[in-house]
Design a protein around this ligand. Structure first.
Ligand code: AMP
Length: 285
């Protein structure tokens, strides 16, 4: 596996790959790799001749300095994990390579109003930071396919919208959320949780699943969605969580779920101890 640090190196290797007619799959990550990331890599291997992973903690998507400073960093461990999973190149640039100007002087890709709902309501510049970085990576690598996780469903949705709106010639592939044996969605931020908090964290997925199951079996009664969501929110808040949002949305539009929704998604973000957890359950009404 080759480690690429600069845009010049990337340019040289991409030219070689393209002249050999090799297709490219890109897996963007922020490191702190876990089985969820590996599932993305495995999917990428199926899609293209060459898999390139990026490991870059994107400062533009953090709304809090402390969260950025504390984010898990273990480059050598991440590289070993990628090497063991058939990744041919890892792009691990310095911050100045990827972040030119910031603040009001910066040039950004800005999502529409959906970027200010759900996670975006609590982290107003988050998706602008994500989309800007993903757009840069797509321009740098021109991959045939880029792979993302359904765990960050709103992110996946907005990336797809960006690719369509800005005519990126790249297929966006999605991988279902990978969970440990107990159902906890793998996340780099799970390292902030104690053993007891990890047990507690399971309730989030359990409650979302219960909500999804209730709507699936009772039939879609939109007038109940808000009450059911509030009930689940209160349940979690009484058990050490601080819920930011817990909602039922239409999985194809991310608008509030309605009677004609073909697919629904129960999605939530909640603080537990030092971690901010997000999770979702996709289901058919
Ligand atoms: P991150 O390193 O947290 O920015 O995540 C990089 C990619 O991995 C994103 O596309 C995430 O949606 C995806 N991802 C993170 N956790 C999981 C998981 N548990 N299952 C599937 N994909 C995941």
């Amino acid at each position: 596996m080759q480690v690429l640090r600069t845009l010049e190196e990337v340019g040289r290797h991409i030219k070689l790959l393209r002249s050999a007619h090799r297709s490219i799959a890109l897996v963007p990550t922020m490191g702190g790799l876990h089985p969820g990331h590996i599932a993305l890599v495995r999917r990428a291997v199926q899609y293209a001749d060459t898999v390139i992973a990026s490991v870059f903690i994107n400062p533009m998507q953090f709304d809090c300095d402390e969260d950025f400073r504390l984010y898990p960093r273990n480059e050598q461990q991440d590289f070993a994990c990628l090497r063991a999973n058939s990744v041919e190149y890892v792009f691990a640039p310095a911050e100045h390579t990827m972040v030119m100007t910031t603040g009001d002087d910066g040039i950004y890709v800005t999502p529409g109003s959906l970027g200010l709902e759900l996670c975006g309501h609590y982290r107003p510049s988050h998706f602008r930071g994500v989309l800007t970085m993903v757009a840069k990576l797509l321009n740098i690598f021109s991959p045939d396919v880029a792979v993302f996780g359904e765990k960050d469903y709103q992110q996946l949705f907005l990336i797809r919208k960006m690719v369509e709106s800005l005519n990126f010639a790249c297929h966006i592939a999605a991988v279902p959320t990978v969970r440990d044996g107990d159902g906890l969605a793998y996340s780099s931020r799970n390292s902030y949780l104690s053993h007891a908090q990890k047990q507690q964290a399971l309730i989030l997925y359990a409650r979302l699943s219960q909500l999804a199951c209730h709507i699936s079996t009772e039939g879609p009664d939109i007038s109940q969605y808000a009450a059911l969501s509030e009930e689940a929110t209160n349940y979690l808040n009484e058990r050490d969580f601080e819920v930011e949002y817990l909602e039922v949305r239409d999985a194809d539009t991310l608008l509030p779920g309605h009677e004609r929704s073909r697919r629904l998604i129960a999605m939530a973000a909640a603080h537990l101890g030092k971690a901010r957890l997000i999770d979702n359950v996709l289901f058919h009404p």
